[in-house]
Write a protein that binds this ligand. Structure first.
Ligand SMILES: NC(=O)c1ccc[n+]([C@@H]2O[C@H](COP(=O)([O-])OP(=O)(O)OC[C@H]3O[C@@H](n4cnc5c(N)ncnc54)[C@H](O)[C@@H]3O)[C@@H](O)[C@H]2O)c1
Ligand SMILES: [Zn+2]
Length: 349
């Protein structure tokens, strides 16, 4: 079992280990969660799988458990779901000294976290990520929120969890496609800051616990320096500016992980094209690593097609956009680039 400290203004721990889900309540008590009621928020896929075990563990630890599951999928990550959750919290007379428990993937974590951030101006919540993507990325760092009709993640708040519990047995049992999507984010951490980790992934040498631990430590290091995403945390956006555009152009039939995979390839090709990357074969190595986890090694769109979809990116500042480009495997940099330049280079990719 691994414990990884997250040093934000209100610090907490990520605990990662096999079969820890059934002891969730005890871990919460050990982390200082003194609540009487614990309100599980999940979705209709995850609750039947793991809701029973978590509920039993909460009861055993002296919590009074409640559950609410909304319909799974990104299309339910919206304000209507938030309203339903807030009303149910009121009906259950949840108070500021109680706790919410996000049991699910990134959608559940973002939605439950946002509900926890705004209900009674903020209540405690615990993350129990059940997808690899949620374990290595979304459950850590305190970004919560929902989509608006105008775009993804446009309403939200920073609200750090009190504890994150990653059961690696749950993650190892994931359907292959879901597991691969999380691996895209793990590969991202390798490219931007950890060449040895990248090599382990490239060669298929890392087990689930190592993938989770190394990824969470990478994210924790960045979040510690830039909790509110005004500088270095932008590095985590590697592959995402292009990836979001790919997701959007596909009408969201390309998943987030697949979009990030294709987006990282675009960023590598972009860096090679403008002579930014110092390492030869960076694109080839990334392609091979992605292929190992059956992630797309080609992008379904041309650079010229991507450009218009990038114009509304949140990482845009005036007429510039912050591209995250790799120098070599293990190092990426934030490159403020005029939109005109991006357009020009992309038209040749
Ligand atoms: N807050 C952040 O910092 C941050 C970072 C990255 C991504 N995100 C968000 O995360 C979301 C994507 O997360 P995701 O990929 O986990 O999506 P998700 O939560 O939609 O999960 C994908 C699917 O897998 C199902 N599922 C979850 N756990 C399962 C399990 N153990 N076994 C079988 N099925 C399971 C879910 O019901 C869902 O249908 C996006 O909304 C994205 O914006 C947030
Ligand atoms: Zn991502």
């Amino acid at each position: 079992m691994k414990r990884i400290p997250i040093e934000t203004a209100a610090p907490y721990e990520v605990v990662a280990g096999e079969n820890i889900l059934k002891d969730a309540g005890a871990y919460m008590r050990a982390a200082g969660v003194a609540a009487r009621k614990a309100f599980i928020v999940s979705d209709d896929v995850v609750l039947p799988l793991y809701g029973g075990a978590v509920r039993a563990s909460l009861l055993a630890a002296g919590f009074q458990p409640y559950t609410l599951a909304f319909e799974h999928g990104e299309e339910h990550k919206n304000l209507a779901t938030i309203e339903k959750i807030l009303s149910t919290l009121c009906a259950a007379e949840i108070t500021r000294s109680d706790v919410l428990v996000a049991l699910g993937g990134g959608v559940v974590g973002d939605v439950c976290g946002f509900a926890a951030a705004i209900y009674l101006r903020g209540v405690k919540f615990v993350q129990i990520p059940t997808t690899l993507l949620a374990a290595v990325d979304s459950s850590v760092g305190g970004k919560t929120g929902v989509d608006l009709p105008a775009g993804k993640n446009l309403a939200g708040a920073f609200h750090q969890p009190a504890l994150v519990l990653c059961d690696t047995a749950v993650l190892s049992a994931l359907p292959e496609k879901l597991f691969s999507e999380g691996m895209a984010e793990a590969i991202k951490y390798g490219v931007i800051g950890n060449a040895a980790f990248f090599a382990a992934l490239e060669e298929g040498r890392a087990d689930t616990e190592t993938v989770v631990e190394t990824s969470v430590r990478a994210k924790a290091a960045v979040v510690k320096k830039d909790e509110f995403d005004t500088g270095e945390r932008m590095l985590l956006n590697f592959g995402h500016t292009f990836g979001h555009a790919i997701e959007k152009l596909s009408g969201f039939t390309v998943s987030h992980g697949e979009g990030v995979a294709a987006g990282m390839l675009f960023a590598c090709r972009y860096a090679e094209k403008i002579g930014f990357s110092e390492e030869k074969d960076i694109t080839v190595r990334l392609k091979n690593a992605l292929a190992r986890y059956r992630l797309p090694a080609e992008c379904p769109f041309t650079g010229a097609e991507l450009f218009p979809a990038m114009a509304h990116d949140k990482k845009r500042a005036g007429d510039k956009i912050n591209l995250i480009l790799p120098k070599r495997i293990g190092r990426a940099e934030i490159c403020p680039t005029p939109m005109e330049t991006v357009k020009e280079v992309l038209s040749e990719l």
